[in-house]
Design a protein around this ligand. Structure first.
Ligand code: B1M
Length: 209
């Protein structure tokens, strides 16, 4: 019988092939895509997030686990779309204009996906216009990342542009990246800051509740 715990465990260990095989077998047994997502993949990725936060595992292990998550997601994504399962929320994430670093941003995206969010990855060097377009397209959460002190002011510019477009009350905005702090988030009017990808998920969930 399909074992959701085993899927979570294989994901935690980054065994993409095993995850794929187990998800496939579970689907054949008639387990629903949402059960596999919520009781298998999301549980596994949640545990990965906790271990990462506690410094018990590091970036490479998270990336390998995320790859395993993706292998499972590929099989169930079309079924989720067909069954109209509501995502935890729609999040648009990007590294701000002038900044090309994307490893942290990608981790945040993977973790959000792992928690059941629909993630629109706007990429790197993202200006205010693209974030605004994403809000108009239905994003309820904007996540901005930057690694450079020189591009931190761009986060403020994006928030100001969102305000000017009259969209500020339709969206929650979170920021992160090595030079960013909670006091900077407060100063520029973001809804929150998190120091790592796993906490970004907790924050996103809390803000969209
Ligand atoms: Co660059 N770089 N880099 N770099 N680079 C740094 C950031 C730097 C600190 C290195 C240094 O000098 N010690 C320095 C910035 C100094 C400063 O501004 N104070 C720097 C510099 C100067 C530069 C260039 C200007 C170098 C040059 O060309 N002269 C140039 C800039 C190019 C540009 O962006 N316009 C540059 C280029 C590059 C590479 C292309 C070579 C490469 C990037 C590859 C890539 O991203 N695809 C690179 C790298 C790899 C680094 C370091 C070594 C590592 C960054 C990283 O990926 N960390 C970095 C030094 C360092 O940090 N030790 C450095 C791992 C990643 C998982 O962590 O991104 O912090 P991080 O993400 C964390 C958290 O911050 C948080 O969660 C993640 C994990 O839990 N988080 C969020 C991140 N985003 C979040 C968003 C959230 C919430 C949490 O909500 C939305």
């Amino acid at each position: 019988m399909a074992d959701m715990k085993a899927i979570a465990e294989a994901l935690k260990s980054g065994k993409a092939r095993d995850v794929k095989a187990m998800v496939s077998a579970a689907l054949e047994e008639g387990v629903s895509a949402s059960t596999i997502l919520n009781e298998g993949l999301v549980v596994g990725m949640g545990e990965v997030g906790e271990l990462f936060k506690a410094n018990e595992i590091y970036v490479p292990e998270v990336l390998i686990a995320a790859r395993a998550m993706k292998a499972g997601m590929e099989l169930i994504k079309p079924l989720l779309a067909a069954s109209d399962v509501q995502p935890a929320g729609v999040a648009a994430i990007g590294t701000v204009k002038g900044d090309l670093h994307d490893i942290g941003k990608n981790l945040v995206g993977m973790m959000l996906e792992g928690a059941g969010f629909q993630v629109i990855d706007l990429g790197i060097d993202v200006g205010a216009d693209k974030f605004i377009e994403a809000i108009k397209g239905g994003a309820k959460l904007i996540g901005m990342s930057t690694l450079l002190t020189t591009t931190m002011p761009e986060m403020k510019n994006v928030i100001e542009a969102i305000k000017e477009a009259g969209l500020r009350d339709q969206v929650k905005i979170i920021i992160g990246g090595a030079p960013v702090t909670q006091s900077f988030a407060d100063e520029i009017g973001a809804d929150g800051y998190s120091a790592d990808a796993a906490s970004a998920v907790d924050l996103a969930k809390a803000l969209l509740q």
